[in-house]
Ligand binder design. Structure first.
Ligand code: AMP
Ligand code: MG
Length: 411
């Protein structure tokens, strides 16, 4: 029997790191991993600007200002956001300025509007809503540099702001845009084809005869592959017929084929029958659920054969396929985050097998509680869980209160 780690390595070796990179508009790049480190080509902020709505001043001019004895300055200019011809600030004057507007040359402090009072009528020509006062009373003295965002205080040119393999989420896409990039160089998704097998399977929406069941692994594994960052299609599932299976497999155009079912120890094991001796090695892995596994290259295409029991199938995908797929696509985070948790109940586990139990991790309490029995057909409990609890092969019992590690399936 193989260990979980050994089979992980076999599956990982099927999928070498993709060398492909493509430029995508940011609107299409969400979720993709960066193909290379992202080096900032410019500074952020690009220019010294105001952090407040208020007045740009020379701190020295208003050093004596106080609530009781304000210093009054003429307002010489107005600098709304977007003004590109900011005039310099002459000594003894103030400019009205808005958040993000460029600091005029000569100014070294911003007085927030809350610390000022307008005096005199509006300057001619300003619309009433935005009226600029002719003079302003400064009621609190700012220190030099107050409320100024300096050029480059967030990003200096030449800085690596995102590393290769970083997935482009909301903040990363925002940063790229702020740096002026309309697109990003990312690793394109690998193509996964999911092929379910079983003569008992019937499409959801159709009536069942006694002994038939609705097919559920196809959509589940395809969704899992998409969530891992791949593109995935489902081949229409096939009956337990090696020729039918092989003809669908031969027409596959994918970077990875994932099959479900037909790999156990019984008769009618269609995947085993069709692929044994054709490049796929069928093995037993010391784990529960998910013992029967297979992996190999068939006519140049990597194939991973997962067991048919729905929970086995999805747990096997999590443990073997997801990390391999993400590593091949260049994601920096190939693994689910591991969380330390306190077990809320005693558990027993089989000797000699790594057991994966479905659990609910309570982040606030820092506890994990298993849901449902260990059996591999309890899909309902898989759907109710948010983590997998991995119990080492040599552990046969855990006490309530034991410190364990869980894989967080929500991230
Ligand atoms: P197998 O691995 O083909 O022996 O299947 C093991 C169990 O999983 C059987 O109860 C099958 O009916 C079930 N099963 C296999 N494939 C699927 C599937 N695609 N959707 C739902 N259940 C399945
Ligand atoms: Mg089957």
């Amino acid at each position: 029997m193989r260990t979980v780690a050994e089979h992980r390595a076999v599956v990982a070796a099927l999928l070498p790191r993709s060398a492909a990179a493509t430029d995508l508009p940011l609107t299409e790049a969400a979720g993709r991993p960066l193909a290379a480190d992202l080096v900032a080509g410019r500074a952020l902020p690009a220019f010294d600007n105001s952090a407040m709505d208020g007045y740009a001043v020379r701190a020295h001019d208003v050093a004596a200002a106080s609530e009781d004895e304000p210093v009054t300055l003429p307002v010489a200019a107005d600098i709304p956001a977007g003004r590109t011809d900011t005039p310099p600030l002459d000594p003894g004057t103030a400019h009205r300025i808005m958040t993000g507007s460029p600091l005029p040359v000569g100014a070294d402090a911003i007085v927030p509007v809350e610390d000022t009072a307008p005096l005199g009528g509006p300057a001619p020509g300003t619309p009433p809503a935005n009226a600029v006062p002719g003079r302003v009373a400064i009621r609190r003295a700012p220190t030099a540099g107050r409320h100024i965002r300096r050029a480059g205080s967030d990003v200096t040119p030449g800085t690596v702001v995102l590393e290769a393999g970083a997935a482009l989420g909301a903040a990363q896409l925002g940063l790229l845009s702020a740096l002026g990039a309309p697109h990003a160089t990312v690793v394109p998704p690998l193509k996964v084809l999911v092929l379910s097998t079983g003569s008992e399977l019937v499409e959801p929406g159709r009536d069942l005869l006694p002994g038939q069941i609705h097919e559920s692994n196809g959509i589940m594994l395809a969704a899992a592959a998409r969530e891992a960052g791949a593109v995935a299609e489902q081949a229409h599932f096939v009956a337990d017929d090696a020729d039918a299976f092989l003809s669908v497999l031969r027409s596959a155009d994918a970077d990875l084929v994932i099959t479900s079912g037909g790999v156990s120890m019984g008769a009618y094991e269609v995947v085993k029958d069709a692929l044994a001796g054709r490049g796929v090695e069928f093995v037993r892995v010391a784990m529960q659920p998910g013992k029967p596994q297979g992996a190999g290259i068939v006519d140049g295409t990597p194939v991973v054969t997962l067991p048919g029991n729905p929970v086995s199938s999805l747990v096997s995908f999590e443990v073997f396929v997801r990390p391999a797929l993400r590593a091949a696509m260049g994601y920096r985070d190939t693994e689910r985050p591991r969380r330390r948790a306190v077990l809320s109940e005693p558990l027993v586990a089989p000797a000699g097998k790594t057991q994966f139990r479905r659990g609910v991790f309570d982040r606030d309490a820092g506890t994990v509680t298993t849901v449902g029995p260990p059996g591999s057909h309890h899909l309902r409990w898989m759907a109710a869980s948010n983590c997998l609890l991995e119990i080492a092969a040599d552990t046969t019992a855990l006490d309530a209160g034991a410190e364990v590690t869980v894989r967080d399936l929500t991230v």
